[in-house]
Design a protein around this ligand. Structure first.
Ligand SMILES: [Zn+2]
Length: 95
């Protein structure tokens, strides 16, 4: 998943604000799992909107979306690498 600095840059480009406190809250190492839990978006979303407004709420959702995309890209990369290595191991040539 992108490090906090990457999220700050993405938010800055999108809104003109970093939302540093918000991104650091989401990626807090001790609370990372629960704060990326999509079933808690409603609960956390209300709290975040009260504190950071509608823009902050959007950045929270965007943070999770960007992490989902990065995670699945990583999984896909690892999968394709393992497929290639396994096929090569068995002498199967790529088509
Ligand atoms: Zn994150």
């Amino acid at each position: 998943m992108p490090p906090v600095e990457k999220h700050l840059k993405i938010s800055s480009e999108r809104t003109g604000e970093e939302f540093r406190e918000l991104h650091e809250w989401i990626d807090n190492p001790e609370r990372k799992v629960e704060r990326h839990d999509i079933t808690k978006i409603h609960e956390y979303g209300k709290m975040i909107e009260e504190k950071y407004g509608e823009k902050g709420l959007q950045e929270y959702i965007q943070h999770i979306r960007d992490d989902v995309q990065a995670k699945f890209n990583h999984i896909l990369y690892d999968f394709e690498k393992a497929m290639k290595e396994t096929l090569a191991y068995f002498g199967v040539k790529e088509r």
